[in-house]
Design a protein. Structure first.
Length: 276
């Protein structure tokens, strides 16, 4: 029995099938953790959703920004010209797929494996217990009647600083931005949602979320995706306790599985045009 964490699939169904063949995935014995962004930018979002949903208890996925954007598009909140999830929105099983997606977690922690998984990252001021608590708040919103009113309010970069006193949509927007969009933060722990450069080229005063000197979740082992341009050495991963698995499959890179039991990586090359 093994547990594999898989990076951002983003509609790359063929590559996902090849990766499952490579790792000889056995749904009766193995488990898959997906780092979110199952959909968008790639060619077969609906098929990816059907595959992962069909695995039942053998797989879980945390939600990424593209997954949430799909839910917003379903409510006609916002659609971008670059979006490629029309196959989901026009599918006969659309409601079933989106209902399943809406029920997925924002953050997952397995104490037996001593691993957490999140799409983008954690706020430096949060412990993993804090993260689990605010994840439950956002999950309750997405699974309940409030989600339709929240989705139009989901977009935006403010507030950029965490406070226990945050309430309502401001609180949920901050939590959403941390779990699904964070890359850099400032010395005071506030979020910078604009910088996307690789570490070393970012504007002054910013550091990757995982390198913040006062990070309260240091000491936990965290798997994350989201940041396709990021390349971490094994030494850096172990020093910070974070394991990055988004190798930019949809941009022509690779789709990666990390076996959490022994940290062995498995990659299949992308079939998409090279775009970075």
């Amino acid at each position: 029995m093994a547990t594999y964490a898989i990076g951002d699939v983003q509609g790359c169904y063929d590559e996902l099938c090849s990766l499952l063949e490579l790792i000889e995935f056995d749904p009766g014995a193995d488990r898959l953790w997906f780092a979110g962004d199952l959909v968008n930018r790639g060619p077969r979002s609906a098929d990816v959703l059907r595959l992962v949903k069909g695995l039942g208890d053998s797989a879980l996925t945390v939600l990424g920004n593209h997954d949430l954007h799909l839910l917003a598009a379903d409510r006609e909140v916002r659609v971008n010209v670059a979006d490629t999830f029309a196959d989901v929105l026009s599918a006969g099983d659309r409601d079933e797929l989106l209902g399943w997606l809406r029920a997925q977690p924002m953050f997952h922690r397995d104490t037996a494996l001593d691993f957490c998984i999140v799409h983008a990252g954690l706020a430096p001021r949060w412990t993993t217990a804090d993260a689990a608590g605010v994840a439950r708040e956002l999950e309750a919103c997405l699974r309940g009647p409030e989600y339709s009113s929240f989705l139009p309010q989901m977009y935006g970069n403010q507030p950029d600083q965490w406070s226990d006193a945050l309430q309502g949509h401001d609180r949920l927007r901050f939590v959403t931005n941390v779990f699904t969009r964070i890359r850099y933060c400032r010395a005071d722990g506030s979020l910078d949602m604009r910088a996307k450069q690789i570490p070393g080229n970012q504007p002054p005063g910013l550091c990757p979320w995982f390198a913040h000197p006062d990070r309260r979740n240091l000491g936990e082992r965290i798997v994350f995706g989201h940041w396709a341009a990021l390349r971490m050495t094994p030494e850096a991963e172990h020093a910070y306790g974070v394991f990055h698995i988004d190798q930019g499959c949809v941009w022509g890179g690779a789709l990666t599985a990390l076996r959490l039991d022994d940290l062995q990586r498995f990659d299949v090359p992308s079939r998409q045009p090279k775009r970075f």
